[in-house]
Design a protein around this ligand. Structure first.
Ligand code: SF4
Ligand code: SF4
Length: 202
């Protein structure tokens, strides 16, 4: 089988082209883009408007941490470092048993390794870890990206407040229990401060 000969340039049909059409097309694209709203911000002069669930940095609410180690075990990058020791707590009531509890010595996250997956925050059973949208913590020394507990606590002040509850939602159990306890206490205090009614023992 013989291949059909390729047409020579002289045999090709010349493409009809209006002179300057390419320039006009280019100018049209430029004009269209100029009139569109810009998606970029002049950072750092203009701060970006970040959504509240932005994964910027992780804050630690130390008071809630029971040193259960779940976050450190589940972290895929092994970039959470926790040290603790056990402490004996005296019994709450006379005759009770002594208890032991974990005391946090070190809690650090290496943000040079962290991949911002959020697993640690998801798995924490005691609401001790939170996302903050802060992102301005670049360092020239990579070692500075390991944030120790004091720094992680500081990030807590930048954590946005949770969204308001749906007004038709059921009252959370914790809130209902706290409200009932407060009402009971207020009633007891009122009873103690009230002058005895007629017929009641003083
Ligand atoms: S966000 Fe992911 S990678 Fe970063 S510390 Fe948490 S679990 Fe580890
Ligand atoms: S999972 Fe939560 S409570 Fe447990 S060690 Fe981590 S931060 Fe603390």
């Amino acid at each position: 089988m013989t291949a059909s000969p390729r047409p020579t340039p002289s045999a090709q049909q010349p493409r009809s082209r209006i002179p300057g059409s390419g320039l006009a097309k280019g100018l049209a694209v430029t004009l269209r883009t100029m009139t569109r709203k810009s998606h970029t911000a002049h950072y750092p002069d203009a701060q970006p408007a970040l959504p509240p669930r932005t994964r910027g940095v992780i804050g630690l609410f130390e008071e809630n941490c029971t040193v259960c180690m779940l976050c450190a075990r589940e972290c895929p990058d092994w970039c959470i470092y926790i040290d603790s020791h056990k402490e004996t707590v005296p019994p709450a009531a006379p005759g009770g048993r002594e208890r032991s509890r974990n005391v946090l010595d070190r809690f650090a996250i290496d943000f040079a390794l962290c991949m911002y997956c959020g697993i640690c925050i998801e798995v924490c059973p005691f609401d001790a870890l939170f996302w903050s949208p802060e992102f301005e913590y670049a360092e020239t020394d990579i070692r500075e990206l390991t944030h120790e507990r004091d720094k992680l606590r500081e990030w807590m002040w930048t954590v946005p407040a949770p969204p308001a509850l749906d007004p038709r939602a059921e009252e959370p159990k914790e809130v209902a229990a706290a409200r009932k306890a407060a009402e009971k206490l207020a009633a007891a205090q009122e009873q103690a401060g009230r002058p005895p009614a007629e017929g009641e023992d003083a």
